[in-house]
Structure formats: structure tokens, C-alpha cells
Write a protein of this length. Structure first.
Length: 390
């Protein structure tokens, strides 16, 4: 029985998996059991910030796992303290809560918002159209995509969605009862689409008028992926709550809710918790990830390499008219086509390069942050060879 047959027999059929049997990873590459090598340019969906088998991650995990792998949150744990200190110092925020994942950070944020808003008579929470917040019931309540919501109704009360980048829709919906607005400043699943200056300005003005909380979903766009600590820093926004996950643990599962002074004292002992959130091994890996990524030379390279790649793909538009637009925010890159992107992505895979299809027509590229011009050139060659056959 091969891997695919085993998978079909053992698991709920929730994932359409790639036809690859991965043996190991090294740097930006994956190696399969049949001896082939693949350049991974979506890095575990933006999780593997430092690629595979990075020495800093290996060292941190090895040292911590020899001490203890789990204590429970009844104990103060040094790796948690170290990661919390770094995230709060770098962000300038005040308090943190560690979760296991991004969707758990979103769920916890919803509870934090409701707790904050209840004495103020604020209960309405909004997400954005075409956004993605996770798979849990609270996260689904923030979303409008039927692909993810169908069959799971009814959703949580007092939730709604605002049309992304539609100032009129935003203005018509928020009011004194609004507790919070969730915003991906760069929609990842939605096709690497950024918030407009006009929408960000209107959001700032309305928040000042009505006093609601702004939640920045930085689960995909955070921790250096856009060339800065967080994606919202490109758009003149300062949120009250930040949700982070994916790249923080360098491949290990950890997420966080980061709060400003406005919400710092909302939670008290026992009102929220998690068994595995802030796992010490994952936090140790997180410390190593932050210490590697959050330096100016490293972030400068991300910005420079992203600009190089975007320029090269933009040049291809002159020859391949089905390339509609290139949208790049550091290493969050979307190549929007006038045709279905899924067959293109499959053909690129056949050339030995892994990218992702999203939003029907977008090639989503989320490279490890260690990827350089050499890796981008490999991707460019594969893309051009495929484009030439369309």
C-alpha cells in the first residue's frame, strides 16, 4: 500500500495533498523518496520562515527538548518569557497570550473583544469580505466565503463582514455598538491584495469616532514576511490587538495574541487558557527565528529580493498577456492571471518548484525568508517555461 492509499484509508478526506512523498528538507529545498529535489517557494504556507533544518532552529530545539518539552501553564517558563519579551519589545505593545495556532489566536481575540465590549454595550464584530481567519466557528463567523462556511450554519450572533476596501460599506455598518473590526492589511488567501490608503484612513477616523477595537490579522503577513515586523506597518494603521502565528515558531506550532494598553487588563486569572499554548520547545524555536529574522540586513535582503523578482515578472507581462498584475509586499507575492492559476501551478510543480494557487487566478508565492536571488531565478525560469506553453 503506497502513501496515497494509506492516507485515503486513514484520514478524513479534508486535504487534497500533493503527490509527493517527502523524505527531508534542507534550506529552501524538499527531497522526496524517489530522489527528486523541489524548490519550496510557499514554505509550508508561510510557516517555515527559515526554511528547513536551519541550524539556529535545530540548536534551540535540541537544547530545550533536553530540558523539558511541556510543563503546563501553571509554571513560568524561560522560553515563553524570552519570546514574549522580544515580541512586546519589537512591537511596542503591552501584553501577550500564547496559543497553538492562528485560528486559536483569532478565537481568543474574539473572547477578549467580547469581554472588553460587554460593559460598554459593544458586541458587534466585523470581518472583511474575501478574508480568511481560520476554520473554527468564531473564525468562520468573521468570513463570507461559502467555500468554507457552507453547511456549518448557524454562526455566532452579532458578526458581519464589511466589503474589503469599500469605504461606503464600512461607513454604513460600523457604529456605537461596534466592538471590533478584524483586518488583514494584506489578504493572503484572498490573492495578496492590500488595503487601500482611503480605506485605512476611513477606518482610523471611524475608530476614533466610535471607539471600537482594530484587530490586525498578521498570521500570514507577520514576522518579517513583508520586510517589516508586521504588514500593517506599511499602511499607517496601529491596531489594538495583533494576531500572529505561522512563521513565529520557525516550523513549530505557536501563535499569539498581542494586546495594547487598551485591552491589557481585560483578562483576569482563569477566564481564558490553553493546554499547549506557548509550548517551550516551540517558543525556543520562536526566539531563534526572531533573533535571525529581525535584523536590518536580513529584512533589507527580503525587500531587495522581492523587488528584484517583481520587476522580472512585470517584464514578462510584455510577452505573456495573460499576466494581469504582480502584487508584492516583501515575500508575500501574488501573480494575478486572466486564466485559472491551478493548471499553471501544477505545471510549475512538474518543473520542480512548489508554489500555490489561490483566489482562482492567482499564483501565490510565499518563499522562505532565507530565499535569495538564486532561488527566485529558478522560479522565474520555471514560470517562463510554463508560460511559453500557454
Amino acid at each position: 500500500m503506497n502513501f496515497k492509499e494509506q492516507e485515503s484509508q486513514l484520514f478524513f478526506h479534508t486535504y487534497k495533498r500533493l503527490p509527493l512523498e517527502v523524505e527531508r528538507g534542507e534550506g529552501c529545498y524538499l527531497f522526496t523518496t524517489d530522489g527528486k529535489r523541489y524548490l519550496d517557494m510557499f514554505s509550508g504556507l508561510a510557516v517555515n520562515a527559515l526554511g528547513y533544518a536551519h541550524p539556529a532552529i535545530i540548536k534551540a530545539v535540541d537544547e530545550q527538548v533536553r530540558k523539558y518539552t511541556h510543563l503546563s501553564n501553571f509554571f513560568i517558563q524561560q522560553p515563553q518569557l524570552q519570546l514574549a519579551e522580544r515580541l512586546l519589545r519589537l512591537s511596542g505593545f503591552d501584553k501577550i497570550f500564547f496559543s497553538n495556532s492562528g485560528t486559536e489566536a483569532v478565537e481568543g481575540s474574539i473572547k477578549l473583544i467580547r469581554k472588553w465590549g460587554k460593559p460598554l454595550g459593544k458586541s458587534q464584530i466585523f470581518g472583511m469580505s474575501n478574508g480568511f481567519s481560520g476554520r473554527t466557528m468564531g473564525a468562520l463567523s468573521l468570513m463570507d466565503k461559502e467555500k468554507y462556511r457552507a453547511g456549518y450554519e448557524p454562526f455566532l450572533p452579532n458578526f458581519g463582514t464589511i466589503e474589503f476596501n469599500d469605504v461606503n460599506d464600512l461607513t454604513s455598518k460600523v457604529n456605537e455598538q461596534t466592538a471590533a473590526v478584524f483586518l488583514e492589511c494584506i489578504q493572503g488567501e484572498g490573492g495578496i491584495v492590500g488595503v487601500t490608503k482611503e480605506f485605512a484612513a476611513a477606518l482610523n477616523n471611524l475608530r476614533e469616532k466610535f471607539g471600537f477595537l482594530l484587530v490586525a490579522d498578521e498570521i500570514q503577513s507577520g514576522i518579517g514576511r513583508t520586510g517589516t515586523l508586521f504588514g500593517f506597518q506599511h499602511f499607517g494603521l496601529t491596531p489594538d490587538i495583533i494576531t500572529v502565528a505561522k512563521p513565529i515558531g520557525g516550523g513549530l506550532p505557536v501563535g499569539a495574541i498581542i494586546g495594547s494598553k487598551k485591552v491589557a487588563d481585560v483578562w483576569t486569572y482563569g477566564v481564558h487558557g490553553t493546554t499547549f499554548g506557548g509550548n517551550p520547545v516551540a517558543c525556543a524555536a520562536g526566539v531563534a527565528t526572531l533573533d535571525t529574522v529581525m535584523t536590518e540586513p536580513f529584512l533589507s535582503a527580503v525587500r531587495s529580493n522581492a523587488e528584484y523578482f517583481s520587476k522580472k515578472v512585470t517584464e514578462l507581462k510584455e510577452r505573456y498577456t495573460f499576466i494581469k498584475e504582480v502584487r508584492s509586499y516583501g515575500y508575500m507575492i501574488g501573480v494575478d492571471l486572466t486564466i485559472d492559476s491551478a493548471p499553471i501551478v501544477e505545471a510549475i510543480l512538474a518543473k520542480g518548484v512548489l508554489v500555490n494557487a489561490t483566489a482562482n487566478t492567482v499564483i501565490r508565492i510565499l518563499p522562505p525568508l532565507i530565499a535569495g536571488k538564486e532561488e527566485f531565478d529558478v522560479l522565474l525560469q520555471a514560470m517562463e517555461e510554463v508560460f511559453a506553453t500557454v
